[in-house]
Design a binder for this molecule. Structure first.
Ligand code: GLC
Length: 682
């Protein structure tokens, strides 16, 4: 029997109650099974950085077993910083195999919203400000996930670019800009990755809730893109029974445990019985769910139950892939005195400073939180690399204020539909005791840094998941905990201090950046992050990361603030149009700390003989490694349409010292009408 016939047969046999039980949550992370007809429950789990720990079915109480520690992956921003499609695929494979291994059917990832502003609390979960880089990496990532018979769930559809009042904020944007700057990223991803599911966003678009949007779900997704995958609401994104029934949303999920009262549960049954909603609309939803289950080999149209991948979590192979992504994601921004890589044979004693050298990040960030099997901090990475032959001293330098436990033990998400801006930003301003603590830590660190006995000093700072977090946006790009003053003072006594910034998006570094000879940027980098960082610092790895976002001097230089607006509680206006990120700063020559696509290597590369085909469909060139280290270069190609430049091609290539390779880069159709196509960084 064919799939369509099989699905039709099941739909005809299902009662209304059974159909309704399939289209809304029966628990926080799964729907109801229909045992009678052999239809299993659909089990979902967050998130983009690994498989989130389990909760009780009807309460946000973690089921604290010893068996749900999992691999903790680099963030999607870190993955984007690799500019490496093969690594994106292997990262997807890790996530898919871990999800299957944990018995999940849908993994709620990747997040592909663009980094329209550096202040969005969830930027760490997203790839880039650039739609082309995002789609080029999200596509192999999703394929990697789904090779494990697990559905990816592209999120959040669409324009979920801020956390402030995320349930209600209404996005005002010119429709053409919406389509060719934002929706096209989802379209490319869905069409080229074959993602089996997509998550509709919390916010509104043109006054409609995205989870109930006939424009987004019926017109664009189904009619224009012919998408036949499963649409899952964000958790609590549905607000009206009739609207959700008539929109092409398939499954309503939420954060409350009144499952029978969900909008697509009893209220929908009442609406159908009252003739207000046609049951055929429910049949459509059930069809998408059954097709998803067939694709995942959860059910089979034939006699035999199809054999489904079993997956595996916490494997050595997964950890190796995680390390590979982490090590290629690290971005060398400055190495003015060629201090890096450090030669450990010449070191007797080094000093490490900064809370982020020892702070663990896996258990934060919101729904992307992970109960990590382990997490190697930068300090552990350095200590375990150097072993007992080098003395590694550590001083904190700065500390975040004690975290107020604002949810008395339950998970923050239980309240996530009520208090839109979660726990107040804990920067401790105005707390004298805390200020005193910071002063003591700073003077201790400065004294240590000034001590001539250290052969090297490494500072690790930046942000953490009190700032890079779901549910709220940052108020500014400033570094918290008075780090900028601390860094400047430390550099005043130790200019060769190696500064490492760890964050989910741009931070202000202007007050000290020029004082630092050596500067490394990294995103939340998973369980092997500390190993990867120390391998870069000590030269086992030649850094090859490139920035997937613009590091502005100040947030006012970002077009979402310079032209549009961000963080509004009711409406957000995309007055910047297509000029997102570097498109704006390049066009207006706005100075930035570091440009999109920027990153250094321990070696040098030379490109030559670049040629663009007459029809702008292909670029060929030669790349040579003229330095003494083997390394990876990312060749970038930009299209200029006369109004702005945009990335239209890239290729990462490994070159041994002295090696030269020819590179050929295909330019997608949509960029070939550009006035000029150019090779090289911005
Ligand atoms: C959250 C997030 C979404 C997540 C879901 C389940 O509120 O917006 O990304 O997958 O709910 O936790």
């Amino acid at each position: 029997m064919g799939e369509t016939e099989f699905i039709d047969k099941l739909v005809n046999e299902l009662t209304l109650d059974e159909k309704l039980s399939m289209i809304h949550g029966a628990a926080m992370f799964h729907t109801e099974a229909v045992e009678r007809l052999g239809i299993p429950e659909l089990v979902m789990s967050d998130g983009p950085m690994g498989v989130r720990n389990d909760f009780e079915d009807d309460k946000w109480i973690p089921i604290g077993n010893s068996d749900d520690y999992v691999s903790y992956m680099p963030s999607n921003s870190a993955l984007a910083a690799t500019w490496n499609r093969e690594l994106a695929h292997s990262a997807g494979n890790v996530l898919g195999s871990e999800a299957r291994g944990r018995g999940k059917d849908v993994i709620l990832a990747p997040g592909v919203n663009l980094k329209r502003s550096p202040l969005c609390g969830r930027n760490f979960e997203y790839f880039s400000e650039d739609g082309f880089l995002t789609s080029e990496l999200a596509i192999p990532f999703i394929k990697g996930v789904q090779e494990n018979d697990v559905a990816a769930c592209v999120k959040h559809f669409a324009l979920n670019h801020q956390e402030t009042e995320r349930l209600w904020v209404d996005e005002e944007i010119d429709e053409e800009v919406l389509r060719d700057t934002y929706l096209y990223v989802f379209e490319e991803i869905l069409k080229r990755s074959g993602s089996y599911s997509i998550m509709s966003a919390y916010n509104k678009l043109y006054g409609e809730q995205c989870c109930e949007s006939k424009f987004l779900l019926n017109k664009v997704l189904r009619e224009e893109w012919n998408y036949d995958g499963c649409v899952i609401s964000d958790w609590g994104g549905v607000h009206n029974t009739k609207n959700a029934a008539e929109a092409s949303l398939d499954i309503e999920m939420s954060v409350t445990n009144n499952f029978d009262e969900y909008f697509l549960a009893k209220p929908l049954k009442k609406a159908i019985e009252a003739g207000e909603v046609d049951e055929k609309l429910i049949d459509e939803k059930v069809r998408h769910i059954l097709l998803l289950m067939l694709r995942l080999k959860m059910i089979g149209a034939g006699e035999e139950k199809p054999s489904r991948k079993k997956g595996a979590y916490n494997t050595e192979k997964n950890r190796q892939s995680i390390y590979d992504v982490a090590s290629e994601s690290i971005i060398l921004l400055k190495n003015d005195k060629k201090l890096l890589p450090l030669d450990e044979s010449k070191l007797k004693r080094i000093l490490v400073i900064g809370e982020n050298a020892e702070r663990l990040h896996s258990n934060g960030g919101g729904s992307a939180e992970i109960k990590a099997l382990y997490e190697i901090s930068p300090l552990m990475g350095i200590r375990k690399k150097l072993g007992g032959n080098v003395k590694v001293d550590y001083v904190k330098g700065y500390a975040s204020p004690p975290e107020e436990n604002t949810n008395n033990g339950t998970n923050w998400q239980e309240k996530s539909l009520e208090s839109m801006i979660m726990a107040p930003e804990m920067d401790g301003v105005g707390d004298d005791k805390y200020a005193m603590e910071l002063a003591v830590l700073k003077s201790e660190a400065k004294k240590a840094a000034a001590d001539g006995k250290y052969d090297a000093v490494i500072f690790v700072g930046g942000l953490n998941h009190e700032y890079d977090i779901e549910g709220r946006d940052r108020k500014s790009m400033k570094l918290p905990y008075s780090q900028d003053i601390l860094i400047k003072e430390l550099l005043s006594v130790r200019q060769d201090m190696i500064v490492v910034m760890m964050a989910g998006s741009a931070v202000e570094m202007g007050t000290w950046k020029d004082d630092a000879d050596t500067l490394i940027w990294e995103y939340y980098n998973g369980m092997e992050g500390g190993t990867a960082l120390s391998d870069v610092i000590f030269g086992d790895v030649n850094p090859s990361g490139r920035l997937p976002e613009t590091l502005y001097y100040k947030v006012e230089d970002c077009s979402a603030f310079a032209l549009g607006d961000f963080g509004g509680k009711e409406k957000v206006h995309y007055r910047e149009g297509r000029l997102i990120g570097y498109r704006y700063t390049e066009k207006e020559n706005v100075p930035v700390q570091f440009k999109f696509g920027y990153g250094l290597s321990y070696t040098e590369f030379e490109t030559k003989d670049a040629e663009v085909s007459k029809d702008n469909s292909k670029v060929t060139l030669k790349v040579k490694n003229i330095g003494k280290y083997d390394g990876k270069e990312t060749v970038q190609v930009y299209a200029d349409n006369g109004e702005y430049k945009t990335l239209c091609g890239f290729e990462k290539v490994f070159l041994k010292s002295g090696e030269e390779k020819s590179v050929s880069i295909e330019i997608p159709e949509r960029y070939r009408s550009a006035k000029t196509i150019s090779v090289g960084n911005l």
